[in-house]
Structure formats: structure tokens, C-alpha cells
Write a protein that binds this ligand. Sequence first.
Ligand SMILES: Cc1cc2nc3c(=O)[nH]c(=O)nc-3n(C[C@H](O)[C@H](O)[C@H](O)COP(=O)(O)OP(=O)(O)OC[C@H]3O[C@@H](n4cnc5c(N)ncnc54)[C@H](O)[C@@H]3O)c2cc1C
Ligand code: FES
Ligand code: FES
Length: 1359
Amino acid sequence: MSSPKPDTLLFFVNGKKVEERNADPETMLLFYLRDKLRLTGSKSGCGGGACGACTVMVSRYQPRTRTILHFSATACLVPIVQLHGAAVTTVEGIGSTKTRLHPVQERIAKANGSQCGFCTPGMVMSMYTLLRNKPQPSLEDVREALSGNLCRCTGYRPIVDGYRTFCQEANCCQGNGVCRQGNGDCCQGNGDCSLDDGDCRRDNGDCCQSNRDGAEPNFLQEKPQLFEKEDFQPLDPTQEFIFPPELILMGDRDSVPKTLSFCGERTRLLCPGSLEELLELKAKHPEAPLLMGNTHLGPSMKFKGVLHTLMISPIRVQELFEVTHTSEGVWVGAGCSLSELLTLLQKIICESGAERSELFRALTKQLKNLGSQQVRNQASLGGHIMSAFPNSDLNPVLAAGNCKVSVASSSDRRELPLNQDFFVSFGKTLVRPEEVVLSVFIPFTSKGELVSALRHAPRKESAFSTVTCGMRVLFCEGSSVVRDISLYYGGVGPTTVKAAQTCRALINKEWSESVLSRAYDVLLEELELPPSAPGGKVQFRRVLTLTLFFKFHLELLHKLKHMGWISGEVPQRLLPLPSYIQPSVQHFQTVSDSQKSHDAVGRPIMHKAALSQATGEAVYCDDLPSPPGELHLALVTSSRAYANIKQLDVSAALQMPGVVDVITAEDIPGKKVRTDFGYDEDILAQNQVLCVGQMVCAVVADTKAHAKRGAAVVRVQYEDLPDPIFTIEEAIERASFYEPRRSLERGNVTEAFRSVDHIYEGGIRLGGQEHFYMETQSTLVVPLGEEQEFHLYVSTQWPTSTQVAVAETLSIPSNRVVCHVKRLGGAFGGKVTKTAILTSIAAVAAWKTNRAVRCVLERGDDMLITGGRHPVVAKYKVGFMNDGRIIAADLEYFANAGFSVDESLTVVEKMIVQMDNAYNIPHLRGSGAACRTNLRSNTAFRGFGVPQSCMVMENMVTDVAMALAMPADKVRELNMYRGPSLTYHKMEFNAENLHLCWDECKRRSDFEARRRAVELFNKQNQWKKRGVAIVPIRYGIAFSEGFLNQAASLVHIYSDGSVLVAHAGTEMGQGIHTKMQQVASRELHIPISKIYISETSTSSVPNTCPSAASFGTDANGMAVKDACQILYQRLRPVMQKNPEGSWESWVKAAFFDKISLSATGYYRGPDTYMDWEQMEGRPYSYFTYGVCFSEVELDCLTGDYRTLRTDIVMDIGRSINPSVDIGQIEGAFMQGLGLYTLEELKFGPSGLLYTRGPSQYKIPALCDMPLSFNVYLLPDSDNPHAIYSSKGIGEPAVFLGSAVFFAIKDAVSAARSDSGLSGPFSLDSPATAERACLAAASTFTHKVPVCEPGSFKPWALEI
Ligand SMILES: Cc1cc2nc3c(=O)[nH]c(=O)nc-3n(C[C@H](O)[C@H](O)[C@H](O)COP(=O)(O)OP(=O)(O)OC[C@H]3O[C@@H](n4cnc5c(N)ncnc54)[C@H](O)[C@@H]3O)c2cc1C
Ligand code: FES
Ligand code: FES
């Protein structure tokens, strides 16, 4: 390719000019900021625009209007070459701890909205951009702005609470025009939000007070609060950066711009300044794609390896951004972003009135649900249409609405209707390669023309649709006879499809139930989906084609009625699910008045690093500067599930630019395996691979991109081995287990079954869960070059294990290896064992090359390689009496462990030990097995088996209640442990606090009243049902392997009085460092401002145990306390000599008195054990108790649901830090909510994980947070087993997320009873929309035939 001399790219970052002479079109802004400008505040959580961690604000000058446009963007998808003339603001640019904090940084931190902090800069920048555009936003604006920002730690409540302080709140717009974009249709809170589509709060019908449904707790003003908003500094918009005047001048000068050219290593980008040049370039290079928002091109290049050697960027071509109004409609430039389109449409709606703007409103509705705000800001209308992907949200509406596009080439201009002929096939349209879409025509609607857009997605926001549609009907004037109709669907074929036959069947017919019921059959027939269709969910998608059409029908009836074109009764309106986030309650006990003011224990102190996290100053592993000569490591993973490696050919990789070496198993100088429970796991596959994604070898190169490209060309020749095992059923059939298997029994179960009134046999399948820590696995290994010393900088929960693994792998003593952990961007159990293997590989590379090696997994690789929570299949047989007493139960658990044992055996043990949860079942047997399969190896995950085993128990109890037609809470109460009790493995405990939590939760949630209200709601609503559930948890704290219950600390007092604490715990967002500061503050009698914790390091505290099992504070707190007490005792004589002295004076005096000011502390924890032979033991130190109430509203037509309210009461003893502990409860609950209702891992038939990023795998987003989310800490609870009478809290609340599952099940049950179905029914976990909708068994689900399992090859496996 002959290339003109590349131009210099010019843009501004945080007010500073950046000139880049070698701007590579493949370089994304995020990596430029982090690697080139060393602005590491913006984080990489996915690299595909779907997590929001990298959000920045982009500002552009618009010469035509002489205005500045500010918008949020995901820096991972912004090619730097698209920024010529733009200004970028990052989290570092708006405030810092050194100068002045910006209010958005201060408020998220002080409201406890930052735990691990990895998502925080992205949240800050989304909110900052909102405030730049709207200094007094509504809560709805805040919700929208943050909808694309994921957080895995907090549960979102504190973030919303922190940021709602910027809002001028009102529940309803009270007619101020906001509700319906100024069309005067506001309900004024009277419950009748809109007359046609329930669109009051912009899209969700949530304005009317009725939706709030009395759910708001009446104790909102309870004191104390976790933070005082009066302390916040005010927002002062005049303090913000001004847009660089140089760029305004440049924009004005650029009126006749020349083509710019940027050239990278593999790709060239041409950026023409006029339409003429653009068309000429397109004629010359028809194969070159047009680079607009890069939200489609970018992911395809990054994730699918598509390479475009030439791209053309038309962002400077004015014609593509023009908007022309005509009497028939509006021509919108194809370059306009989807956000600009939304704003434009909203304006036109206001100006044109309801009749003419039907299509505009349908598009508006769809646009608001499309992707996130960042995606909409970046993506262009033309790019959207031309991407022509099957589940596009706009294309079906544009097509149904008779829109057209204007296209041009250097020789021709034409208009093409957007219809079924336009969308040719997957990703293909009628537009020719040399043509460019200039604009899109969106027509006004005429009298009697009604349009609607509907979609269903796996998550309410920021998710691609499962099925989406656009529908338009033109009625003959004054009647319900159809003159014209078009129905277009997405998600039911390779591209947007028209339901042409259905339309024909409806034309000239009266819109009536009988005509429609025939139309459903035609629709089903013509939108046939084969059972193996890509994307799966075939039955559900087919149901959705019908139910969305039915919703359209309901909308039409109401509109026709409103227009007076039909008379008589019409069926009930289907309002959208509520979405208004209400104020919530956090209730905790304050410290006594007599507590000394310096003593920080028990106070709701902000996470010690929250401000640094909010300003982007907090350093994570990948933020560390590169040591000289650093190499980057990329892994080559197996594409086969079970195969011998015949040949490994790395020659091509070694030829690639920048590649330095390839590391294979042969290079490992020491132990080539990690061994657990007698089973070996290859560090790098030696001769055989046992799962897709197993690490085979690693490429090291000078840059990450080079390492990745090198890895892509390594050739591995496999010889497939027969019959890999994927599913639990296959493992059971082939007896493929890791030994030993475990069982426990109390009483005589077999005998007891003979004397019960009823026996029920059931079961449940529980899906796995991805940790989805926002910071992926990260490690940096630095060889010191002397005596085989290595420093490891790792994101690990267990520094010692990483140190030992590296020492063994390199065959060197542990004293040469120091592992440092500053902080982790989330871990949740996923960084206990897996990080050690990964660091060992990086260490081999560092040892071999004698250079520092960094390995930061991309999200897709992390998900492919590292494993998560174990999927479980459980079966049970339960015997019970007529009154609900459970007499006997036999439960069997099978966990899918994957290809290596990892921690699976102990996970299964914990499942069995804890499965009785809160229930005293006299005859109880539990057995469990870890199945050995050819899938990624599963590992520890918050709760360690308990979320699975207790779920099975609760499901069984629910089945008993359903079988007896009794309320589930009554059956639970009847069977609970009471007072002093023995678990079924004979551990003594007192269940009193469990009952206190239960009673308090019922009282706080107003349980009985809620249940009555739900019953009434369900009687009044056919297609929407509500459900309630209340579930308990009794969770054992401490490691059941006794030796792990120990910790040490090292405390130094420096002669200036400052204190440095080191302990064995790692800070991963759970606030352990903050709590340790509080402990030291109490013991040393000094304020926490004098105490600092820098890192966790194996050279300060050796032989550490993992930060896990909810035991971190218990163990390390005692160790820190010990060291501080030693030091305080040493200082006592000095203090006695000078009682009036200050801390600093005592410390100084002690130093001059030659008193050691450094001490180690140690804690020898409980000797827990479990004797499996005798079936008894004390595997825990004590129990944490909790109870959770949840209420949901379910849309039975789509399975979509909303958690209206959650109340949690937890007994966590005397909390050391209520804000940290409440944060742990909320975050764990939301993770549980994800586990039980949302998160689905999908594996293909050959064992490949499909769900390898946030676009496919949905963790809870802000939209999933309960609308009213209240947490109460049980007061006056003492615990003699842990420091200061506190209790461990990291894990227990995960299980409480199951309350949402059971509330959904309750709602489904109500729907089923409308269809005459009663008694227990099967609902597997997660209770996704698909499962809930199908289980609700509506008339629509019955219409869709079920494909016989075994008669086809499913797209995804039920593992
Ligand atoms: C995280 C994420 C979430 C998303 N969620 C949704 C969702 O919920 N619903 C949904 O419908 N979509 C969703 N999308 C897809 C998004 O809408 C499209 O990727 C986007 O609209 C494409 O526009 P673009 O400007 O970024 O195109 P680019 O990626 O820049 O280009 C895409 C293609 O269009 C061509 N093209 C661009 N402009 C023109 C033109 N003027 N003339 C001719 N060809 C042109 C290019 O050659 C290229 O082939 C999501 C995307 C992401 C990344
Ligand atoms: S890293 Fe950019 S959105 Fe996830
Ligand atoms: S604080 Fe949000 S991901 Fe950790």
C-alpha cells in the first residue's frame, strides 16, 4: 500500500495538548492513556465497551452550531485516530487527593460506593459527564448515566445514594413536562401515567405514585446514617475545565479540510474532509470499512481477529451529520450518534404531537434501551443499520416504519427502502461496497397509523435483545380494520426478518381476538427456528415472538379506544415493570457515648482507599510502571476438550514482530504440576489437554499486542481422544469422580420414611457462576538478577501460595521469592489458587528471559481459563407430615468440578456440612461428589458450596410447602432450629439469634401485609404477578481445615509517631485494611489517621493463609491486636513517666530509651475439624445468621422481573465497621441475586465456553438492584469467638439472593394457578426470564411445541 506521509494527530487530554506523530489506527484511547500517557486511572474491565470501567468524557467543538458537545465514551472502543480535534477528560483530570477532590469523587467515596474501587473511576466519569451536561439531574438521569457501568462489589445502592445527592428529587414531574418530553401528558401523580403506552417516566410508566405501591418503608429517617450529606462540598460548575480555545480555532479553520492519514503497524486510516473525497476513496477502496463509532468494527477486530488493512473515517464529512426536516418526515445524517438521534426525536415529538410522531416515539423507546449511554454516544445510526446484525433493536422499527436510506457512490445516488430486501443476510445489506449511507429518512405517521417497538433482553438494561420487534398498523379511518401492517423481528433469524405472511393474514381484517388467534399460528409457522439455532433459547424465543405481538395488540386496543375508533371494554393495560429507586434504610448500632473519640472501632468509617480509588490514584497490579525491558505474556490455550498433543509448532510465533520467546512445559526448571489432594494439574499442558481453554504454552513479546499476535499463530496438532465428559449426568454415568466422596447422616433416614404422611422426590439444577472480578487475573514477575531473587506483584488472595508455587516451579527456595499485594480489583475466591499457576508461568518466562514479565488476562481468556462456582445437580427425597413438619430427608449433590481437582473436594465437603441450613430435620442424610469432567476447573467462590447446598435445601422446603399448599414461611418456621441446638454433624450452637433475625425481618418488611397486598395484586392482574419470599441463612465462619485458622502481623511505630501495620490479609474491596486500622487505633489509643497499611507482602508477614472463608478480620484482627498490645505495653512505662505527654513525645522518648518499636503479633485460631468417619465435627468457629425478605413483580409474558423490595436482617455481632459490613451484605446479596436469577454460563457441544465477556454474561447491573433495599444489623448481639465480639460477614449474604429466586417462584406459582396448575414444579437456577416465562405456563407457551431432548444437537450444553 503506498501511503502518504502520516499526519500528526492532535487532541487534548485533561487540558494538555497531545501530539502524536505515529498514531496507529489500532490503538484505542484506553491503552494510549494507560501505556503512553501513564494515566492509569481509567481501567480495563472488558475491552469491549460493555463494563464501563474505562469511561472518559470526550468533548468536541461543533463548528456549525459553535457549541461544545460533551459525552461519555468507553475509551477501550475509541480509536485515538478518531480524536483529532477533540478533548478528553479522564478521572485524573477532574480532581485529586493532592489538590482538590471533585464532588463526584468525594460523594461516591464518602457514601461507601467504592469497595475494590476498580469500577469507581468509570462511575465517576459517567456521573461527571452527566453533571457537565445537566448540573441538576433527576434520579432517572443518574440511573441512565450509570446503566452501562458494572460494579461487582457494592450492589449499587451506595453509589445511587451518593449520587442522588446531586438530584433535585421529585417522585413525579408534577406536570413540568419532563415525563412525556413536554407533550403535556403527565399524570400529575394520579396513576394514569400516559394514555397510550405507559410512558410516563420517559419509558417506564413509573411516574404514577401507584407504582410505588406503599413499598416505601416508614422509617426512612432512622439515625444514624452511614454518611452525612451536609458534609459534601457543593458542585460548582464554574470550576470545570474550559474547552481548549486552540481546538475551537482549529475547528473553525477546518472548514475546507484535507484528507488526513494515519498509519500503524498493520492498518492505515484515511480521514477525508469532504463527501467528494470520501466517495472517491470508497470507489478506490470498496473493501475498506467506514470507521464511525467503532462499536461494531472494534469488537469484531478485537475478539474475532478481523484485520482491516485500510479503514476510512468519515467523521469530518459534514453531510453525514446534517438533519433535514420535510413535511413528510426528517432526514437524519447517517453519522449522527444514537444519542443525538434520541435527542432529535424527543424534540420532534414535542413539536409534532402524538399522531404524527408514533414512529418517533417507538424509536425513542427502543433507543433508550439500546446498549448503554456510552454506546449510544459513540455508535452512529449509519453504522447501526449497516452492521445488520440479527438482533439490532432499531432495524426492525425502521423497517416497520417505512424508513429509507439515501446512499451515494462517486457515480450515483439512490434511495433504498429499509425493508426485508434491504437486510440480505447476516451482516449484509443491499448497499454496495463502494457506496456510503448518507442519511436515513424517518417519516411522520398519519392518522390511524400506530407504531410500537418491543424488546426483551437477558438483562433489563445494557444487554442485546433476545427478541426485538417493530410493528406498525394503519387502520381504516374510524374503524379497527387493518389497511396496512408491517411486523419486523430481530433475534429470530440471521438478520432482521419480516413476518410477511402474518401481515397478509391480517390485512383488511378487523383487529379482533379471533383474527389474532389465527395470526399467532401463522407467526409461529413463518418464524420457524430450528431447535439447534445459534443463540439457543429456541422455545423461549418462539414464545417471545408471540407475547411481544400480544403486547402490541394490547397497546393497539388502548390506543384505538383512546381515539374512539373502538368501543366497549378492552383488556387491562400492561404497565411496564416499576423502576423508581426509592430511598433505602441502613440500620446499625452506634458506639456507646463513653467510647473514646480516637477509638475507631464500631464506627462507620469510609474505606481507607476510597478517595484514592475515586480519583484513579489507587494502584492495581497493571497500573505499576513497566520495569525496563518488561515483556508481556499471552497464553495459547487448548481448542480441544480431550486430546493428545501431537505437535507444538511455535516457529511462526517466533518470527512475529516483537516476540521474544515461547514458554512450554519443557522450559519449567522445577515442578511442572500443582498437586492438590493427590491429583496433579499441569502448569502448562505436557502431553495431553483435558479441556478447552487449558493453558498449553505462553508467548512473551515486547508489547501485549505482539504477544497476542504471536499466540494466535502457534500451531498445536491434536489427536482427539474419545468421549470427553461435560455434563454431570455423563460423569455420574461413567463414575467420573474425584475421591473421596462424602456423606453425613443423622438419625435413621430410611426407617423414618416409613412413618411420614407424605414423601416427595424432587431436585434442582444450579448453574455455575463466573467471579467476574472487575480486575482480571494480573501478575508481574520481576527477576532481580541476583541469587535467583524474584519479586512478584500479584492480584492474589493468597500471597504465600503464589510465593510457594513460584519457588517450586523454579526449583528455588521460598526465601528468594517475595510476593507483594497492594490491592485486588475484586476476587471473590477466584484469586486463591488460579493466580498461583498463572504467576508460575510468568515466572518461568521471567527466569528464562531474565526480564520482567507481565501477564494481565483479557476478560475472554480469564473466563475461558480460570473457572468459577461449581454447577450442581441435586436430588432429594423428603418425608413430611400433614402439618408441615419435615421428618426425614435424603439429599444428593453432584458438583461439576472440571478437569482438575483444585478446591472441589473441600467445596463439596462444605456443601454437605452446611446443607441443613436453618432446619432441624431429625433424620437427615447428605452426600456429595465432585465430578471430574472435561471443562475448565472450578474453584472457590464466595460461599464455597454453601450457596448451592442451602439452595437445594430451601427448594426442598418450598416443595414441601407447595405440596401441602401451605405458605412457605410457615413451613420454614416450623422446621427451624430453636434455642440451644446440635447441627446434623453434632456441633453445638444457639439458634436464638437466627430467630431474632427472622422475627425482625418479618416485622421490618411488613411481611404479612406485603403478602396480602401481593395476593390482591395477583387477583387483579392476569399477565403480571407478584411474589414474596423470606429465607434464612446460618453460615459457619472459619476454615474447616484447622491449620488455616492462624494469622500474623508486623507493626512498626516510627519515631515521628506514625504507625505502619502489616498483616496477612489482602485488600480486595472488603475493607480489611480499614478494619485493621480501626483495631490498631483502639489498641494503641490513637486516631486512625496515624496508622497506615501499605501492602501485604510475604517478606513482612510470612506463611500467610488465604484471605477467605469470611475469616480475614477474625484472624488478622487478633494478630494486629496482639502486636499492638505488645507495643502498648512497652510504651506504658514511658507514658507513666509523662502522663501529660503526647503520643509523639512518648514514641520519641521510647526510642531514646532504646525500646523496640516494632512487634510481631500472632493469632492461633480455633482447632476446627470434621471427622467424616464418625460423621461429626466442629468445622467452624461460630455462625453468622441472616434473614432476607424479597418481593418481585414478574411479567409473565416475557419472564422479565423486577425486585421491588428487599429487607435483610443480619446478625454480625458487634460490627467493627457498619459501613464496610453493610457494603459486604449488599454486595454479597447482589452476587447471589445474579447467581440465582441472572448469570448463565453457556458451553457449546464441544466444551467451548461461549459466554466470555459482559456482552454475553450478564452480572447484575444497576437496573437489577432492588427498588427498595434495606439492611438492618441485629443490635446487641455478642460473639465470644471473634475480635471485639464481631462476626465474619464476607460470604454469608450471598445465599440471601435466593430470596429473589423464591419470590420469582412464588410469582410463577401464582401464574400457574391461574392456568389451573398447582403443587410443586421444577424451576432451575438461575431463574432467568426464559425459565420463569416458560414455567409460568401461559396460553402462549402452550402454543409452542417443545423439541424432544435427544432429537437434536442443542446449541448449548446443560452442564
Ligand atoms: C457494549 C455494546 C452494547 C450494544 N448493545 C446494543 C443493543 O442493546 N441493541 C442494539 O441494537 N445494538 C447494540 N449494540 C450495537 C451497536 O448499536 C452497533 O455496534 C452500532 O450501532 C454500530 O455503529 P458504529 O457507528 O459504532 O459502527 P462502526 O463499528 O463504526 O461500523 C460498523 C459497520 O458499519 C459500516 N458503516 C458505518 N457507517 C456507514 C455509512 N455511513 N455508510 C456505509 N457503511 C457504514 C462500517 O463500514 C462497518 O462495517 C451494542 C454495541 C456494544 C459495543
Ligand atoms: S473496558 Fe471499556 S467498557 Fe469495559
Ligand atoms: S467497587 Fe465496583 S467493582 Fe469493586
